[in-house]
Design a protein around this ligand. Structure first.
Ligand code: ARG
Length: 461
């Protein structure tokens, strides 16, 4: 049986907590990862209490030193987390009080676990967003470097996964980069709402002590303080927003993954994913599987799932704090871990990726990828676009029947479809001519890729 005396809230209880209920309601198994931020919040709170005269300077010093000691014990693995003490907040407070006595018992003055936990999560998530942004930037740099190196490598561009028009590989990498730019902006925007301090809301209504919330917020590096205590202790919008932003990052990486997996197949053979990012098969000796992109594609599912979990967790919750909110942590933590890990492994993998230019170019020469160029050529010769489209369609038909590309036909053969075709047509039918022609901001021409690379470097945050 649990010792009721160890529970700070046990005063009004006459029976001990049922052993299973104790384990069922505890969060220490997963919220212990908040310990550093919980201690940082307590330090600032104690300093504020001393600043307003609720704690003496000596008591504050005792608390700060005691918290240092608790942190050291946690980090050296000495502190035994207790399920009876329910969560990280009460575990730390109990250990502090065991170490320093009465001053430890005064720390919780003017505060509740409700505003404490909301503050801890925000502090923790703020740090994690910064770490995630750093990984995101590393991945962006890897993509820019790849785009710069392979700015003029020609590959087939697809729509409907059918060959559409030739594009440059650099242009393709910068398309991925753009998705990540928006992701970085979304995370930065989300961080603004994360970095607001709920501390001082206490349980739900505020506190009767003359607290100085701005003082605490400044110590903790918050950009502002929450306006309404009822909202502040119950709000988890910031976590939902973060998960939504994370879902989009993962969705983007799942798209990159799908392409890499296709490109790494024997049928495409466009890229070489380094061995260090692949695994083999226990039964098929020839196999080299693109596990990293596959896993990232798969992990997108759990992140999307956690977003739905949090939305559903908050749906229809009455004000203010409810124990339901304890369920915010595991989904949020798993999203953080999954996103951070996926970005890290992707940044490393993309920095080591090599491409097979010849195979890409050969593939781009198939599927009549310069058909649009022939139509544009005819338009320049005065043929209306719709007529040009039909002319080229007929030429493609001949190519399909005789298994040849447009560039492999003779001038006479092409001229049977339109007398506007002259011997200058072959320049536009080459892959190089096709990509070079798309020479404007946002186009695939190698010169444009070079300029886009330079701009991309400047846009990194
Ligand atoms: N472990 C709780 C949570 O994660 C802390 C707040 C609990 N507050 C309370 N009054 N039971 O939400």
């Amino acid at each position: 049986m649990t010792d009721q005396n160890s529970k700070p809230w046990a005063g009004r209880f006459t029976e001990p907590t049922d052993a299973f209920v104790e384990a069922f309601t505890a969060s220490i198994g997963f919220d212990q990862r908040l310990y550093r931020h919980d201690i940082a919040g307590s330090r600032a709170h104690a300093q504020m209490l001393s600043h307003i005269g609720v704690l003496t300077e000596a008591e504050c010093q005792q608390i700060l030193q005691g918290l240092d000691q608790v942190q050291a014990e946690i980090e050296s693995g000495q502190l035994q987390w207790s399920v009876a003490l329910e969560d990280v907040h009460m575990n730390i407070e109990a250990r502090l009080t065991a170490l320093i006595g009465d001053a430890g018992k005064k720390l919780h003055t003017g505060r509740s676990r409700n505003d404490q936990v909301a503050t801890d999560i925000r502090l923790y998530l703020r740090d994690e967003i910064d770490a995630i942004q750093a990984e995101l930037t590393r991945l962006q740099i890897a993509l820019i470097d790849l785009a710069e190196r392979e700015f003029d490598a020609i590959m087939p561009g697809f729509t409907h996964l059918q060959v559409a028009q030739p594009v440059t590989f650099g242009h393709h990498m910068l398309a991925w980069f753009e998705m990540l730019v928006r992701d970085g902006q979304r995370l930065a925007d989300c961080r603004q709402r994360v970095n607001i301090m709920p501390l001082g809301s206490a349980a739900l209504a505020g506190t009767s002590y003359p607290i100085d919330r701005e003082y605490t917020a400044k110590l903790l590096g918050f950009d502002g303080i929450t306006e309404n205590s009822l909202d502040a202790v119950s709000d988890r919008d910031f976590a939902i927003e973060f998960c939504a932003a994370a879902s989009l990052v993962m969705t983007h990486m799942s798209r990159f993954s799908e392409e890499l997996i296709i490109w790494a197949s024997a049928q495409f053979d466009f890229v070489d994913i380094p061995d260090s990012f692949c695994t083999g098969s226990s039964i098929m000796p020839q196999k080299k599987n693109p596990d990293v992109p596959e896993l990232v594609r798969g992990k997108t599912g759990r992140v999307n799932g956690h977003l739905i979990s949090l939305l559903t967790l908050m749906k229809a919750q009455p004000l203010a704090y409810n124990k339901d909110n304890q369920e915010d942590k595991e989904p949020l933590f798993d999203v953080i871990d999954t996103l951070r890990g996926s970005l890290k492994v992707y940044a490393d993998m993309m920095a080591a990726l090599t491409i097979k230019r010849d195979n890409m170019e050969r593939a781009a020469a198939q599927g009549f990828s310069t058909a649009t160029d022939l139509a544009d050529y005819l338009v320049r010769k005065g043929v209306p676009f719709r007529d040009a489209h039909e002319v080229v369609g007929k030429a493609v038909r001949l190519g399909v029947d005789t298994k040849r590309d447009l560039a492999e036909m003779s001038l006479a053969e092409l001229q049977q479809f339109s007398d506007a075709i002259g011997d200058d047509v072959f320049e536009v039918l080459t892959l190089q001519g096709s990509v070079a022609a798309r020479d404007h901001i946002g186009g695939t021409a190698p010169v444009q890729v070079k300029e886009a690379v330079a701009r991309a470097r400047k846009r990194l945050i």
